[in-house]
Design a protein around this ligand. Structure first.
Ligand code: G5P
Ligand code: MG
Length: 219
């Protein structure tokens, strides 16, 4: 990891399956940022069957957004918990209301926008397997687990996401276009958005890494 002194707050934006989780894992490894993912947080609560998990489950399975008040409370709580550390927010904010609420609390330094064609995404999520308790992501043929069907770290069984069924993915992609365009223009007006366009993580990641290094060095 690289040493730096200023706290850096980034948001990663991109359609379902665009690689937000994958790129975030690399940012964690290279820059030591904390990865704060709303989807991971919600899925962990579903696995643990908490009150939050029970509230969120049906919305997620249907490819709909979990109500703002529930997610915002959980995410701002998590941000408070991590305290004064650099982080990357993944999956939040998800609409203009969430972006507004976040902006009152936190000063965002950069928004990384992943722009991946939808045909690539639909093929990818078919092969996605996750370790829900940790949020670790696998993909058959791209990042295979060492033992088929098992998490590399715990050896526990991998699962497929309920919302990765093709009909739900289509719904999620549609909802994304509707809700995120305003969020992107909201951040764009404040000069915060940098977009990365491509079909593969191996071409996107080196550009994201370069971008963050430059941005951090400029202080
Ligand atoms: P999430 O969890 O935020 P999405 O839909 O935003 O879910 P998702 O599906 O988690 O995003 P991702 O993180 O962008 O996608 O993508 P990823 O997992 O890294 O990569 C996708 C797959 O492709 C993986 O298997 C990866 O290994 C593989 N891959 C990556 N790169 C390559 C490559 O180069 N080649 C190949 N072949 N494969 C590759 O939200 C889920 C739900 O939670 C609720 C909503 O209901 C939402 O639908 N929710 C919220 N509700 C309200 N407000 C919020 N803020 C909410 N946040 C979550
Ligand atoms: Mg994700």
């Amino acid at each position: 990891t690289i040493m730096y002194t200023k706290i850096f707050r980034a948001v990663i934006i991109g359609a379902p399956g665009s690689g937000k989780g994958t790129i975030s894992e690399r940012i964690v490894k290279t820059f030591g940022f904390l990865h704060i993912s709303s989807g991971d947080l919600l899925r962990q609560n579903i696995v643990k069957n908490t009150e939050l998990g029970r509230k969120a489950r049906e919305f997620i399975a249907a490819g709909q957004l979990v109500p703002d008040d529930i997610v915002t409370k959980a995410m701002l709580g998590r941000i408070t918990e991590v305290g004064n550390k650099s982080y990357i927010l993944d999956g939040f904010p998800r609409n203009s209301e969430q972006a507004e609420v976040l902006s009152v609390r936190e000063q965002i330094d950069a928004v990384i926008n992943l722009n991946i064609p939808h045909d690539v995404i639909i093929e990818r999520v078919k092969n996605r397997w996750i370790h829900a308790p940790s949020g670790r992501i696998y993909n058959i043929g791209f990042s295979d687990p060492k033992v088929p069907g098992k998490d590399d770290v715990t050896g526990e069984s991998l699962t497929q996401r309920e919302d990765d069924k093709p009909e739900v993915v289509r719904k999620r992609l549609q909802l994304y276009e509707e809700l995120m365009d305003p969020v992107l223009s909201w951040y764009d007006k404040r000069g915060l958005v940098t977009s990365f366009k491509g079909r593969e993580t191996k071409e996107i990641w080196p550009r994201v890494e370069r971008f963050l290094k430059d941005k951090i060095n400029k202080g």
